[in-house]
Design a protein around this ligand. Structure first.
Ligand SMILES: Cc1cc2nc3c(=O)[nH]c(=O)nc-3n(C[C@H](O)[C@H](O)[C@H](O)COP(=O)(O)OP(=O)(O)OC[C@H]3O[C@@H](n4cnc5c(N)ncnc54)[C@H](O)[C@@H]3O)c2cc1C
Length: 496
């Protein structure tokens, strides 16, 4: 340790000692469990309490970061040695119009609360992430997408307006017509411009509580992408699971799920299928084994050999049960969307956690680039344990990850042994993605470097974002670990 590092460390300890009460200090982790930090955590229930946090931050010289439910995998919702505002207590539904499907919510309302509130009136959230535990504020800040991203875009496309609390205490309303520059930058702006305190969204009309689902095995990534291409028009949702251990001619093999809504009149008893009680995800596997036991059973397989066997068995199972002609079945919306909530897989990874690497690559370059990404993991002896393929479209949001192409999300199991290897792998994968004209997803990120962010976003976009940040947050009060890591000293330039 250099003298300068030691001094910095001492300065941080001094600041922690002299600022908000030590009882507020908590160790907070990203969802993946591979990054954490200690923060002063505040949990306001009202806008006035939130305003007082900003005052306290100014007085103590600390920065403020926001957290919804902490479902971002890396450090997006961490603010080490500073203040972290946990927004889960601001979770009231403020207004609901069941005729128009328009809802106004506080930021801490979860996706679970939202779908359970609207479904019995015949509506469903237009965008559903793989977990229902996210908050609407966190979802807006990351501009999250679902398995229908190529068709309906990210959640921002369904947000009609929001109120943003600025560090000055002022609240501004933003929509496509009012403060539109901030509207398009705060959605997807990873919480850097202000705090969403209310969000108005338009829901999607549904005529049944069920979706028509088809599961199809696919022998390679090429075959999977061809299937996506064929079914973009006649599907409402498409998602592919990839066996990242398969190589050679089988590279990128896996299983696809395709779903469509039921048309009006197709469900003989929509009132029944739309009931919340008929959407509940079972808490046992095959009606017997409680889900929370699963991580204990799975843990012995969480190594390269064990997981290769699991993926192989899953792939074979998908071929023999469904074959390439996939039979369709009916499934409740919640079961289809929130499969990951049904499998408590995170605990099985153990103390090292997971780093997820999700990238977006234009259609023309996606196949070779994604084949290279999958092969690189194998070459480095760090194949990923869960790879998911989705299709996307471009959007109007300033810091967007959206483009006309595919995304590949890959979960890397982190151990003390492989941590440096995964970091090196991420560097090599970054080059592949940049050369293919791709983009990265900050909600999942743990490895992005400032030069890579500059390369994919462009200096001009980052400058525009920083100018808006200066307007909303002139003293640079809002920061997170991710902001400091990826956007370097930019936050500090504008503090005094
Ligand atoms: C199992 C799993 C599956 C997932 N599947 C998907 C998926 O299918 N699609 C997808 O797009 N993402 C997916 N994600 C990622 C997740 O949707 C995003 O990380 C989302 O932002 C998490 O919401 P959260 O409420 O937990 O926010 P957090 O993770 O707590 O925060 C996310 C960001 O929002 C900011 N923020 C939070 N609240 C506010 C607010 N009120 N005002 C301003 N800024 C705020 C935070 O500072 C942070 O930068 C998944 C995550 C998990 C764990």
């Amino acid at each position: 340790m250099t003298i300068e590092e030691a001094r910095n460390g001492q300065r941080q300890l001094d600041r922690l000692a002299e600022h908000p009460p030590a009882q507020r200090l908590e160790r907070v982790s990203g969802w993946g469990g591979a990054s954490d930090s200690v923060s002063y955590v505040y949990r306001p229930s009202t806008i006035d309490e939130l305003r007082r946090v900003f005052v306290a931050a100014r007085q103590s010289g600390l920065t403020v970061g926001f957290q919804g439910r902490g479902n971002s995998y890396g450090d997006a919702a961490l603010n080490g040695e500073n203040i972290l505002v946990d927004l889960r207590r601001m979770r009231r539904i403020l207004d609901w119009d069941p005729q128009q499907g328009i809802i106004r919510v506080e930021p801490g309302v979860t996706l679970k609360q939202l779908w359970q509130y609207v479904i019995e009136d015949g509506w469903w959230p237009p965008v559903a992430t793989g977990t229902m535990n996210i908050t609407i504020g966190g979802g807006a800040a990351m501009n999250v997408h679902g398995k229908n991203a190529w068709k309906v875009g990210p959640i921002g496309e369904h947000i009609l307006a929001f109120d943003l609390l600025l560090p000055s205490g002022e609240i501004i309303t933003c929509s496509r017509d009012e403060n539109s520059d901030i509207f398009f930058a705060a959605i997807g702006g990873f919480g850097m411009l202000g705090c969403f305190v209310s969000i108005t969204l338009k829901m999607k009309r549904v005529y049944s509580g069920l979706l028509k689902v088809e599961a199809v095995a696919s022998r390679s990534l090429r075959e999977m992408m061809a299937y996506f291409d064929c079914h973009l028009q006649d599907s409402d949702y498409l998602v592919g699971w990839i066996d990242a251990f398969a190589s050679g001619d089988d590279l990128g093999r896996g299983q696809l799920h395709r779903a469509t809504y039921l048309a009006p009149g197709e469900d003989p008893d929509p009132l029944e299928t739309l009931k919340v009680t008929n959407q509940t995800i079972p808490s046992t596997i095959m009606g017997v084994v409680p889900k929370f036991w699963l991580p204990f059973f799975m843990r012995p397989f969480y190594n390269n050999l064990g997981w290769r066997a699991v993926c192989w068995a899953k792939y074979l199972g998908s071929r023999f049960s469904d074959g390439l002609n996939g039979q369709s079945y009916l499934q409740p919306h919640a079961h289809f969307h929130f499969l990951l909530d049904a499998i408590p897989f995170r605990n099985a990874y153990g103390p090292g956690g997971i780093i997820q690497y999700q990238v977006f690559i234009p259609v023309a370059a996606a196949l070779p680039a994604m084949e290279t990404l999958l092969s690189l993991g194998q070459v480095h002896g760090a194949p990923n344990y869960l790879s998911v393929l989705k299709r996307h479209r471009p959007d109007m949001f300033l810091m967007t990850h959206g483009l006309d192409g595919y995304s590949l999300a890959m979960d890397f199991h982190i151990t003390d042994d492989n941590r440096p290897r995964v970091r090196q792998l991420a560097r090599e994968m970054d080059e592949v993605v940049l050369n293919a004209g791709g983009r990265f997803y900050l909600a999942k990120d743990s490895t992005l470097r400032p030069e890579v962010a500059r390369a994919y976003l462009g200096e001009e976009t980052i400058d525009r974002f920083c100018r808006l940040k200066r307007r909303c947050d002139p003293h640079g009060l809002i920061e997170t670990n991710l902001w400091r890591r990826v956007f370097g000293g930019r936050g500090r330039e504008i503090r005094h």
